[in-house]
Structure formats: structure tokens, C-alpha cells
Design a protein around this ligand. Structure first.
Ligand code: GUN
Length: 296
């Protein structure tokens, strides 16, 4: 058996199209475009690439993009002042402070300064708290994207056994909350879990978000399981001096056992920016006091 490939790239393109199609309605009602501000501190090359693609995608969806590039000498107080200025700026519906931040800057202090209504990353404790108690919240982009792919593939998730590998605040914990809300039986596994293969083998749904290249093997999986691979790991390629991207799942062995699996690249990765645009549009509607558009 060979698993179906879950095409995150195609789903993300569709979502971006639905967001773009809903923007003119917002402009007609409010007289302005939805706006997303991205703050980048320092010169981290991967972060620069992400920020550039976020800016491009924002403009392509018909929204306003505000980029704030700050030197890596920026102090915590200076960064907080920038966030406060964006909180007060009515053109800005979403604020994303690209992580990681330079040493000496407390990420928690910065994130807690973001107006929760503009927190399109869903990292503020107000939003994680609302998610936990089942209130309307802005939800972190990557796990929300994973949930969209799962529901697209499986429909109703009620009663399914889901194992989330990884307990980060950005992916693992919100992913578990989202699956619980869909009435899955959820297990959060992590680096200290005993007999991880046995835990994973129970799962109808596996979400791997540990950051360990090709850790989850095919013989850990229940036959037919749906596998969502959040990992993006750069490893040495066969060719001298080259690298390649792999997930947290050993794709070659997993696709022999799984029912469906996301590839890396082209699975979860493209979903993150698409959901960021979706969250920005949702935040813009909420801030303007108008109903969120359907089907997003
Ligand atoms: N760095 C890597 N992924 C993310 C993300 O989703 N949001 C932010 N703010 N920074 C990141």
C-alpha cells in the first residue's frame, strides 16, 4: 500500500484565493484594506526569507503590508515601543513579531504587549486561554493549518485517537486543544514519553512536531493512519556540500503504512502563511465589528 499524499500546497493556494476573494467586501464596508504588520529584529537569514514571503503574500491577497526591520542591537524596551505603536495604529489588524528574538530580549514580555485582538500568531496568553476554554480565539497558524488539512481529508474527527508528538506552545499544545475541540481522544507525547512507538501505534491521527529529522518510522504507525508532518529539518544531502529538507517523519517507510501523509516540503509549510492571511482577515472583521466571512 502507498499512502495518499496530502497536498498542502494546493490547499494553501485555495485558502489564499478564498481570503483574497473576501478582501474587496471588507474594503467596501470599511473603506480600508486589512493590514498586517510584521516585525523582524536582526539578520537571521531564515527569518528574513519568511518575512519577505509573508509581505509578498499579504500584498498578493489585496491587504496592506507593514514591515518593520530593526537592528539586532534593538533593546526589549525599544521593541515593546514599536509593538505599542502598532497596537495604536488603526490601519494595522494583525501584528506578527518574528521569532526567535535576539538574546537578551524576553519573548514573553514582547508577546504579552501585543493587543490580543491583533495577535494573528495566537501566541498571547489571552488567546491560548480562550482556545483552552473553548472561546472564540485567534489560533496559532501552523496547528490551525494542520487541522484544516485533517478535516479536509477525514471530515468528522469525532472519537478518533490522535497523538501529537511535541509540546511546544506554538504547535503541540494548541494542536492538542484543537483536536480535543473536535472530540478526538488526544495524547500529547514528547521527548520524555516512554515507548513512543507504542503510543504512536494507537493513533488514527499522528501530528509530528518535534524537530527531529525522520524520527517517526513507518513501523510505528497503525495501518491507514493519517500523518501530518510539521517538521522542517535541513540535513546533509547525498551530494557533498548540499542539504535537503526532511520532516520529523521518515517519509519513505511511513508512506508504506499510512493512509495519507503530508510531504516535506509541500505539506504543512505552505499552510502557515495562508492561515496567517486568514487570521488577519478574521481579526480585521472582528476589529471592524462586522461578521467574519464564511468558509475560511
Ligand atoms: N518563527 C517561526 N515560525 C513562526 C511563527 O509562526 N510566528 C512567528 N512570529 N515567528 C515564527
Amino acid at each position: 500500500m502507498s499512502a495518499d499524499i496530502i497536498d498542502g500546497k494546493a490547499f494553501a493556494e485555495g485558502l489564499r484565493g478564498r481570503v483574497a476573494a473576501a478582501v474587496p467586501g471588507f474594503v467596501a464596508k470599511t473603506g480600508r484594506k486589512p493590514g498586517l504588520a510584521v516585525v523582524l529584529v536582526g539578520e537571521d537569514p531564515a527569518s528574513q526569507v519568511y518575512v519577505r514571503s509573508k509581505g509578498k503574500a499579504t500584498v498578493a491577497a489585496g491587504m496592506e503590508s507593514f514591515e518593520h526591520k530593526l537592528p539586532d542591537t534593538t533593546t526589549q524596551d525599544e521593541l515593546i515601543a514599536v509593538v505599542e505603536q502598532l497596537n495604536a495604529d488603526d490601519r494595522v489588524d494583525g501584528i506578527l513579531v518574528q521569532l526567535p528574538l535576539p538574546k537578551g530580549v524576553d519573548e514573553k514580555a514582547v508577546i504579552s504587549t501585543i493587543d490580543p485582538a491583533k495577535d494573528v500568531d495566537g501566541f498571547h496568553v489571552i488567546n491560548s486561554g480562550k482556545l483552552a476554554v473553548g472561546e472564540e480565539a485567534l489560533v496559532p497558524c501552523t496547528p490551525l493549518g494542520c487541522l484544516m488539512l485533517l478535516k479536509d481529508r477525514l471530515g468528522d474527527l469525532t472519537g478518533l485517537d490522535a497523538v501529537v508528538i511535541g509540546r511546544s506552545n506554538i504547535v503541540g499544545k494548541p494542536m492538542a486543544q484543537l483536536l480535543l475541540k473536535e472530540s478526538c481522544t488526544v495524547t500529547i507525547a514528547h521527548s520524555r514519553t516512554r515507548d513512543l512507538p507504542a503510543v504512536v501505534r494507537r493513533a488514527d491521527i499522528v501530528v509530528a512536531a518535534v524537530g527531529r529529522p525522520e524520527m517517526v518510522k513507518g513501523d510505528w504507525l497503525k495501518p491507514g493512519a493519517t500523518v501530518i508532518d510539521v517538521g522542517i529539518n535541513r540535513v546533509p544531502a547525498a551530494e557533498e556540500g548540499k542539504t535537503r529538507l526532511v520532516g520529523d517523519v521518515d517519509f519513505a517507510s511511513a508512506r508504506e503504512v499510512a493512509g495519507a501523509i503530508t510531504p516535506v516540503p509541500g505539506g504543512v509549510g505552505p499552510m502557515t502563511i495562508a492561515v496567517l492571511l486568514r487570521n488577519t482577515l478574521v481579526a480585521a472583521h472582528a476589529r471592524a465589528g462586522i461578521g467574519a466571512p464564511e468558509g475560511l
